[in-house]
Each structure stands twice: as structure tokens, then as C-alpha cells.
Design a protein around this ligand. Sequence first.
Ligand SMILES: *Cc1c(COP(=O)(O)O)cnc(C)c1O
Length: 453
Amino acid sequence: MSNDTSPLPSLDSLLRTPEAGLLLQRFGRHATTEALRTELAIRRAARIVHPAARALIDAAADALARRFSTSQRPVFNLTGTVLHTNLGRALLPPEAAAAAAEALRTATTLEFGLATGRRGDRDEHVTPLLRELTGAEAATVVNNNAAAVLLVLNTLAVGRQVVVSRGELIEIGGSFRIPDIMACSGAALSEVGTTNRTHPRDYQAAIGPDTGLLMRVHPSNYVISGFTAVVPTETLARIAHEAGLTLVEDLGSGSLVDLKRFGLPHEPTPRESLTAGADIVTFSGDKLLGGPQAGLIVGNKSLIDRINANPMKRALRLDKARLAGLEHVLRLYLDPDRLAERLPVLRLLTRPEPEIRAGAERIAPFLRQAFPGRPVSVEACRSQIGSGALPVDLLPSAAVTIGGSALENLASTLRSLRWPVIGRIVQGRLWLDCRCLEPDDEAAFIAQLPGSG
Ligand SMILES: *Cc1c(COP(=O)(O)O)cnc(C)c1O
């Protein structure tokens, strides 16, 4: 053995150190041994002479901590988009989240009638509420709104044509595209009209023996303005019904209440669509509704019965945790007067600008201290609702902005905090929109900043 290959410490001797003892306690024998073995192999391959046992164990500890830390973690959403799909969309009320967690921990009445002692229907926990809140004859629920659209088309129009306006062939972020979902469902898309103008006669001319249904899709994330023409739901329903066809409307966000009541721009409600004559309406549970991810389908009872009888329904059904969370959120709608306090989505969307600004002013000095040399100021900005709701309506808000060079490094530093902070870089500054930083979370936000001890 030559001098430059001094023996590495043995795995056994490393495992006997008190430092490794702590790792064994925390991560278990298997993972700890593996991590130490890997670190030894790295040093052997690099021909490192006399590696310090302590440094080697520290490296193994870092690797173990990374391996055992969860990948999905809470973050501060300071992007200015309240319903941010990449950051998990709607925040549930704590009681709804607790109900979901409890359902996961315990046996529940998921499909069991306590009165009868017999098997029940899992959807019954939420469908009576959905009927009441939308005025629909019947309702059903699935995994998400994409699944709702897929299931509706597959049940009601497989092998048939579905007539949709060219102005509504939308793509939602994350690869939901109407033509693709249509193809998946086994229905054939029949495009009518033009991008900016579609008329009643376009729909009428497209209806033939192969037509399965008429569909309207809420253009969630864009607007067509200028020289435009859209056929109102009432007219479209009349055209469909005169031809003995069904009208399906995909509302996307679909608020359960008139948002005008809360000083927000109006977003179409399922009740309005049904009143206007749509036979089936689909919308998301985790957009403006403020619940867990879910796809809600409401409308005509005989159509909903057919949808529930489709074997695909079983593949797309909701689990007990989300049903528990959804049930809790829907019950909050029974008391609309207190909805804006209790439903986080609505509370965040209705926060007054001065209140958001006050929060920004409170945290700005701490950011100034954490990033000395960078200009920090509080600026007016505009938040987005997000997730395809009201794409052009922006809400007045306030942000802490941080300037200077290498903003990507700054953004990366903020993302690497214990509770990562996500902002956005615009116009040479990093913007931290404070709409979604509520006063209760400010202390935690401040405490983790660099230099806060
Ligand atoms: C968001 C949206 C969808 C997809 O809903 P998910 O719940 O994300 O599956 C479908 N259609 C429209 C119009 C939407 O806005």
C-alpha cells in the first residue's frame, strides 16, 4: 500500500462515533449506513488522503436530511396570483383541512348510512349541498374539472359530434386543451364560427344526425375584445333544445356566489347557467369555490344518472379526505354573510389595499436589514385572481420590491429559506405582493430572513 492511499476510516469505526449515533437515531440503521458508505466511496474515488471523520459524517448528515425532507412543502405565495395552480390553488379553511385530515386518520361514514346500517353513496355527503347552492336537480363530483368535462363528454357524446365555438377552444395552463380532452373522451369536435364571432346560425348549420350535444366553454384565461359576437347561453340552450339536444357548459372557475356582493368583478355562476337553460354545468372545486381539488357536475337528473352509471365515474371519483374538505367548504356557503371572513380565497381576494400596504410597510424594514445594499421599497401593484378566473380584472394591492443586481440570486435565496418565499421579477425588481401574507404569518416570515438569528 503506497503512502498516498492512507486507509479510510472503517464503516464500523464511523458508526461507533457519537455523531453517527445521532444519525442512527434519527434516520435508522439502513439509511445511515448507506449514506456513510456513499461518502466513503466518494472519498475513495477522489483519493482523498486522511479524510476527517467529522467532515465525512457531516456530509452524510446533509445527504440524509435532504433525503428525508419532504418534497412538497409550504411556501409563501407572494406572486400576486391568489389562485396559483403551481402553488396549489385554493387554501382551505383550517377547519376544512382538519376535517380532511381526520377523515384520513379514522374510519368514517364514507359509504355507510348510520340510520339504516347499510351501504351508502359517498357523493351524498356533498350532492344535496350542491343542489341547494346551484338550484340543480342533481349533482355529482369527480377528481377535477378536467375529469368532469371528460366524463360528461364520454357519457353523453361518445362517437358523436360536439359543437363548440372557435372562440372557446381554450388551453388552460398545465395542458388542458378542449380539442385534446374531446379526443380523449371519444367525442368528435365540430368547430363553428370564427375566433372572434360566432352566431346562432353557425350552431344551427352545424347540427346534423351525428350531433351529440352543444357545448360552451368559459374562456377562462383570455378575453376576445373588439369586433366580437358570442351567442348567449339562453339562445344556445333554445337552439339545442329545439334540435332535441343537450347543452353542456364548462364554467371553469364558476363561483357559487355573486362576487359583486363582495366588491369583486362578476364571474358566471352555475345557477345562472342552469337558469339560462344549460342542462349540465361543470366547474372546479379549488378555484373560486375555495375548496379542495374536485370537479363538480350539476344539472338535469336523468343526465347525471347516466354520468354516474358510466364506469369511468368510478375511476375518477373523489377520496374521503377531499369529500370531507369539500363538504365543510360547501356548508360555509349556507351562511354567505360570514363567507368573506371564513373562506380564505374570498378573504384574500377582498383584502383592502390599505391593509395589504400596512403589512408591506411592516415587513419592509426587515427585508432592508436582511439584504443590505439593495434598495427596498413599498409600491402599489395589482394582484391577479388566477386559475383562469377573471383574467383581465386586477385587484389593487401593495408589494415590497427589492432592486439591485443579480435579482435571480436574490429570488433563489428567498426560495431556499426554510419556508420558501416566491415572488416575481418584473421591471428590474423583485416584487413581493403582500396580498397573501396575512398578519398572523408575518412573524414567521420575518424570523427566517437572513440575519434574523
Ligand atoms: C380550469 C379550467 C378547467 C380545468 O379544471 P381543473 O379543475 O384544473 O381540472 C377546465 N375548463 C375551464 C374552462 C377551466 O377554466
